[in-house]
Ligand binder design. Structure first.
Ligand SMILES: *[C@@H]1O[C@H](CO)[C@@H](O)[C@H](O)[C@H]1NC(C)=O
Ligand SMILES: *[C@@H]1O[C@H](CO)[C@@H](O)[C@H](O)[C@H]1NC(C)=O
Length: 482
């Protein structure tokens, strides 16, 4: 009898042990007891970092917290999140996975779910609702959501504040109208620029009054393919918003104007048998374009140097061309070459040690000033008929410089304005991209001016022609004037 009793007690205990304590292979389950006589307990199950095959995971009954983060989970479908332990779950962590489509109805069995962390996934689409769940906090930050229907968040009204973090997504302006017209009254907006400001809640929440908050930081500065920027400058354009592979999309593609026409110009110069220095001028400009492309694409320090140092070198070539334009054909003057070489090397060495962007900007401005004085002098005293070309080049460049400054000074306003505009219209407000276009054009026109001064002096009968009626090119007649 005693034996029977002991056996059944043992069997009962074993059963109790297996039902309550079974922990999924690899997971860490821990139970915390608290309250009077430890009458309350809270089971925490940590299944993070175990790989995509972890689901479906069986969890002890009465589990409160389940961590499924960092598992490489690609999708959650059907009844994966159901079973005895799930009914009591109050917090579910699915962050740092690879989920791309989130069907909210998979959470329908989690009747006590308050906190849901879906951050750092690849969620593009959010279908169906979290309707009926007593959610208080949903973290959807760092995903790829373009569009969102706020009806998804019609959660159970539990009289507590409900917050949805949608920061670092691709929302931009896409659903602004829908947001504003239907739900603005229901949802407060908190627009923050960084993760710090995201965590600051408005005072109405602090005071405990029921409010619904949608935290929507702009899509500024997401993570991307090239990693954290190491450059000493990061321009106003929001990083990795248009493409995962290009940090500043518009600032990158706008460099094409600095790459393609100068390469064509260099080929033309070569074909016309003009002096090598003009080919170098065109190639120098193209090199700046390529460097700038790499810099804005990656925002890495090495690439920044690839942009900034060629700016100095190519400008030195321009200076040489313009100061040596009234000399014999193919004559090489070693003194200015030595001086410019010395200048280039000094600037490079100093700038590699002293990573101060302003130093580079001042040195560049110094060279540009030389060019401005010299070209104004030439069109004033020597070839007045080149005035139009000279002043066009200068004003285009100057306009670029003005926009460059505006972009730096009122960046916050520009970013906010962009949020309200449709994406393509918003791209027009990328003033740094305009700086590339205008300085690319201005520099190109400057090389044409310099080339025209030179060929006129050498009596080559140069003529500016317009490709497709738009893009200027210098046409050189093969024989000299007699
Ligand atoms: C979401 O899941 C539910 C239940 O699993 C299913 O009935 C529904 O069709 C799904 N919705 C979409 C849009 O896939
Ligand atoms: C979810 O897990 C991630 C990574 O382990 C962690 O950083 C985050 O704080 C967790 N979220 C919650 C709500 O606990």
């Amino acid at each position: 009898m005693a034996f029977l009793l002991g056996g059944s007690v043992a069997a009962f205990l074993l059963l109790l042990f297996t039902t309550v304590k079974t922990c999924h292979l690899g997971c860490r389950c821990e139970e915390q007891s608290f309250g009077l006589f430890n009458s309350f307990s809270l089971t925490r199950v940590d299944c993070s970092g175990l790989g995509p095959n972890i689901i479906p995971v069986s969890i002890p009954v009465e589990t409160s917290l389940l961590d499924l983060s960092s598992n490489g989970i690609r999708s959650i479908e059907g009844a994966v999140l159901s079973g005895p332990g799930y009914t009591t779950l109050s917090s579910l962590n699915l962050s740092n996975n690879l989920i791309s489509v989130m069907n909210g109805s998979v959470f329908s069995k989690l009747r006590y779910l308050e906190t849901l962390d879906l951050s750092w996934n690849a969620i593009k689409v959010l279908v169906e609702g979290f309707s009926g769940l007593p959610l208080a906090e949903v973290d959807l930050s760092h995903n790829l959501i373009h569009e969102i229907d706020l009806n998804v968040f019609r959660v159970q009204d539990h009289g507590r504040p409900f917050s949805v973090d949608l920061s670092y997504n691709l929302l931009k302006s896409v659903t602004r109208n829908a947001l504003l017209s239907h739900l603005f009254k229901e949802y407060g907006f908190l627009i923050g620029y960084s993760s710090e400001s995201v965590s600051t809640r408005p005072s109405s929440i602090a005071s405990g009054s029921p409010a619904r908050f949608l935290i929507m930081a702009p899509a500024a500065d997401r993570q991307g393919y090239w990693g954290t920027p190491t450059s000493t400058l990061d321009w106003c354009e929001e990083n990795y918003v248009v493409s995962f592979y290009i940090a500043e999309f518009w600032n990158t593609v706008s460099n094409l104007i600095m790459i393609i026409p100068p390469i064509y110009g260099a080929l033309q110069t070569f074909k016309s048998g003009l002096e090598v220095r003009y080919m170098l001028s065109f190639l120098g400009l193209a090199a700046v374009g390529v460097g700038s492309w790499c810099f804005h694409m990656t925002l890495q320090y090495e690439m920044q140097l690839l942009d900034e140092l060629p700016m100095i070198y190519s400008c030195c070539v321009f200076v040489y061309c313009l100061y040596e334009c009234f000399r014999q054909e193919n004559a090489v003057n070693y003194l200015p070459i030595a001086l410019l070489l010395f200048f280039s090397i000094t600037v490079s060495v100093v700038y590699l040690q002293w990573k101060e962007p302003v130093f580079h900007q001042v040195m560049y401005a110094f060279l540009v000033a030389f060019l401005v004085f010299r070209s104004v002098f030439i069109v004033t005293w020597v070839y007045p008929w080149l005035r139009a070309l000279c002043y066009t080049s200068l004003s285009v460049f100057l306009l670029g410089f003005v926009l460059w400054n505006i972009d730096n000074i009122v960046c916050d306003t520009l970013r906010a304005t962009r949020q309200r505009l449709p994406p393509v219209v918003g791209a027009v407000t990328q003033l740094h991209a305009w700086w590339h276009i205008l300085t690319g054009l201005g520099s190109y026109l400057h090389i044409l001016l310099s080339l025209q001064i030179r060929t006129t002096y050498l009596k080559y009968r140069p003529k500016v022609k317009f490709v497709c009626g738009i893009w200027p090119l210098l046409h050189i007649e093969s024989e000299k004037m007699s």
